[in-house]
Design a protein. Sequence first.
Length: 248
Amino acid sequence: MLDPPCLPLSSPNARPRETGRVIELPFGAELRLATKQSAELGGGGDFFEVFDHGDGYVSTVVADVCGNGAAAARIANRVRPLLHSSLARGESPGRLLAALNETLLTCGLLTRFVTAVAVRIDVLTGLVEIACAGHMGPFVRRASGQVRALNGATGVPLGLVREETYDEISLELDPDDALILVTDGITDPLSTFCDPLGESGLLRRLRAAPHVTADICEALLAAGTLVRDDATVLVMQMPARHATRVAA
């Protein structure tokens, strides 16, 4: 299980803020991971967790507290320990989000809602399960260069409705395919009148990026880019070939 690395960030009073550097995450599974973030010094409402279950399965959640700055960071710090426990249980993404939502509401920890996308990847077969709580994407870039958004999983943000359920979608990733998770700080600067979510701009950048985890992060949150909101990109790329799962 990995905590988001500490990134070099700009002055807390800066508006807009400069981005940090790309971090390639060391990982036990053959899955390749890289991330890049931008937030205020010592804070921000974006956070993520990654958990290697040790049996070929990897689970991750990328989340975004409504708003930014110190208030959002305090909520993120309350949610993250609960997210640790949820990921460790190895539940499917939909069940994970539903359980986390109930815990947050029962404990009364939130003063702002939280959007999240949960993913469980079988690194050995390429099967991916996805659930969303008011969050965009994720996005896929195939080894062939083809890109698309995965918008089929929907659900309300965490902390709003009790007994909420979260539908799941699934797909198969081939060797070298990449799954990209972002927060809206990535897409907001790319938005247009016709595409307020900035999805089209993100897909254009994905098509043009070299097919390497760090380069995809850099393409979506380039060095020197000035952003006005917390921004996170996490790229998970399959190994060059699928392994065979050994029966217990």
